[in-house]
Design a protein around this ligand. Structure first.
Ligand code: AR6
Length: 181
């Protein structure tokens, strides 16, 4: 399902983000930037050792990546030239700034994309797997955050995709698209 915000095409796709033919894909990482399961494991397997090597340098230099922030590495063997690693919040019931932190993941990832002249970017559904964020709530936060960024930035990427692994997640994002737009 597609929609347009100013100069940006926003696309919801069901599939595997490691196959995305975009300039950058976003990883749902942890603050240690140490390889995990879920989409993180899949991206690291597909991208190869360069991702861990650059994450190790960032760990050494900056101690990792705080929740709500993002860092960038090469994409290695992926089609995508870059991987932007962002750290979503762990769901703790909704009163621990989870929505603000999740919105910040999308803002910070897009900010890094603009800084690196990235024209097309694909996001997974951050925090809604191992971190337990309810998908219907996360979808509204994600799409609202992306919409806000594009409205406020004339240099936002031309293509922003959400690549959603399963039908249930995809359905939540389709419903959220109707409510946000
Ligand atoms: N393509 C697209 N989406 C995927 C893929 C894929 N190949 N594989 C899984 N997903 P999760 P989180 C979906 O758990 O909740 C890791 O261990 C998945 O179905 O990957 O932010 C990290 O190292 C779900 O909809 O991320 C962290 O420790 C979504 O991606 C922790 O998990 C996010 O699920 C982060 O947890």
């Amino acid at each position: 399902m597609n929609t347009r915000i100013k100069q940006t095409d926003l696309e919801l796709i069901q599939g595997d983000i490691t196959k995305a033919e975009v300039d950058a894909i976003v990883n749902a990482a942890n603050s240690e930037l140490i390889g995990g399961g879920g989409v993180d494991g899949a991206i690291r397997r597909a991208g190869g050792a360069v991702i861990e090597n650059v994450c190790a340098e960032i760990r050494k230099r900056e101690g990792g990546c705080p929740t709500g922030k993002a860092v960038i590495t090469p994409g290695g063997d992926l089609y995508a030239k870059y991987v932007i690693h962002t750290v979503g919040p762990v769901w703790e019931g909704g009163n621990s700034d989870e929505a603000e932190l999740l919105a910040s993941c999308y803002q910070e990832s897009l900010r890094l994309a603009v800084e690196n002249s990235i024209q097309s970017i694909a996001f997974p559904s951050i925090s809604t797997g191992i971190y337990g964020y309810p998908t219907e709530k996360a979808a509204v936060v994600a799409l609202t955050s992306v919409k806000d960024f594009v409205m406020q930035n004339n240099t936002a990427p031309a293509i922003i995709q959400f690549i959603l692994f399963d039908a249930a997640t995809n359905n939540c994002y389709v419903d959220a698209l109707w409510s946000v737009f």
